[in-house]
Ligand binder design. Sequence first.
Ligand code: ACO
Ligand SMILES: O=CC(=O)O
Ligand code: MG
Length: 572
Amino acid sequence: MASFEETFHQPNNSVQKKSSRIIGYDVPEGVDIRGRYDPEFSKILTRDALQFVVDLQREFRNHIKYAMECRKEAKMRYNCGGLPGFDPTTKYIREGEWMCAPVPQAVADRRVEITGPPERKMIIDALNSGAKVFMADLEDALSPSWENLMRSHINLRDAINGTITFHDQARNKVYKLNDQTAKLFVRPRGWHLPEAHIFIDGEPATGCLVDFGLYFIQNHANFRKTQGQGFGPFFYLPKMEHSREARIWNNVFERAEKWAGIEEGSIRATVLIETLPAVFQLNEILYELRDHSVGLNCGRWDYIFSYLKTVQAQPDRILPDRVQVGMNQHFMRSYSDLLIHTCHKRGVHAMGGMAAHIPISDDPEANEASLQLVRKDKLREAKAGHDGTWVAHPGLIPSCMEVFTSIMGNLPNQIHTMKRQDASILDEEDLLQRPRGVCTLEGLRLNTRVGIQYLAAWLTGVGCVPLYNFLEDAAAAEISRVQIWQWLKYGAELDGDGFGVKVNADLFGRVVEEEMARIEREVGNEKFKKGMYQEACKLFTRLCTASVLDDFMTLDAYNYIVIHHPIGLSRL
Ligand SMILES: CC(=O)SCCNC(=O)CCNC(=O)[C@H](O)C(C)(C)COP(=O)(O)OP(=O)(O)OC[C@H]1O[C@@H](n2cnc3c(N)ncnc32)[C@H](O)[C@@H]1OP(=O)(O)O
Ligand SMILES: O=CC(=O)O
Ligand SMILES: [Mg+2]
């Protein structure tokens, strides 16, 4: 079969050769759009917008390639037994007296932030939810099919224009925005993900430059008027591993501000600290973005995934069951404390992480127990000095708001009141302390069940799903995948539930078979047959048993959605 570089695809899944390309979009020199034509999409993919993306791509592609090469070199060092640590050459930044630009008034108070993919109804629900911020996610929560991507941009544009509506025909309910809405942040994809439907100079465009460029061009003026009180747009930046990657973002922002003729420092971004190497670069990342920063966030799920990847060559660092790796582990708590200290020293927000719980609608008792766990976790965050936190579902907002308000009162944040000087002494040993806990057969089963079901959803264009009363997105599913890979590679002993068996290919094969049967029972025979469970199982099994660990499962899965082009299943 031809690769996606050689072919492009029609919505009906037929594949046409390049020579019979449909002409539709008005593209600048060097641009080849391989996604289907739609007059609605063409209002996003204007010639000006595409020219802006092309300019960004040409200016920054070599910097991005270099940064990705550096990631590979660092990985080689870790795979030879090295560990990440503080960089002696940037000690002057860590110890220097400098501050980030003051936080804009519009986003001073971020005590509860809700996240979600830019689905039309969900955007309206999230903006109306009572949360202070809505982070519209093109990353962990989005399966970036062409349809999803384009519809996300349409939805975001309409949200910022204030014209977004949604008619739920089944319930005959019309959704529209309230007068008071949450502030909108957008999370573009990570540096590693290509956008295979837009080729620039013969190469797939960089996914996040497409996300940023199309969104910025379309919305910067309206956003600054209606949302940002003169600032913005606002972004969340994911999965960075080093400050050199933050420097590229800073340069992209400067370039965009110049292009739009707006003041330097208008665009603001919160960086997710969600890779193990990045925790040793907190100051350096803030320093690079000091004119564009609104803080850092504990992206705790990807952080665990990154921990696993970074120590993949070290058999003495086997991670216990996923459910046991909470913020009470010393290495996780140290990461959160150091992040708070660093952000507040530099005058910006230190945001907490996502509680993966979602409401359990059919069991009030279980729901209350789950809410209690969320409250406890959020209370720990607020007391530690975080300025706000994330929720995945509107049902959690009132409790989390209450918890943060009980600690912060009327103050918009804790930037000036919780310096956490005590955390300044946290060192490499604290940040790398081995996690404690046990591995269980049930843990292996759960990882398998969740990983396959998540991938099955992703392959049909759904990037975030409720599974067993928790939200599952790309970050969470990656933990399941890499944990199985690690357990298989080192023959982890599943002694936590008294079975005492070692993980090997035979055991995993049996578990996959049994868990597939369980999934079929749970989702029902018809859905199972119609869905992508077999494909997901094949892909997940390959990823878990690969001799060399894949950096991201979404890269392999992306090839699949580019070739098979899910359409009609997207909820966007
Ligand atoms: C590790 C990380 O990166 S976390 C960040 C990425 N992950 C996310 O953003 C997860 C976001 N959350 C979600 O996508 C959803 O909550 C899910 C998929 C987990 C569950 O969604 P559903 O099954 O639709 O939940 P449920 O049926 O309980 O929804 C009830 C209502 O809440 C709304 N809702 C649920 N989640 C959200 C949300 N995050 N934002 C806005 N509205 C929401 C639903 O649209 C529905 O609205 P309606 O009553 O108007 O129809
Ligand atoms: O993006 C957030 C995370 O926890 O990962
Ligand atoms: Mg993440």
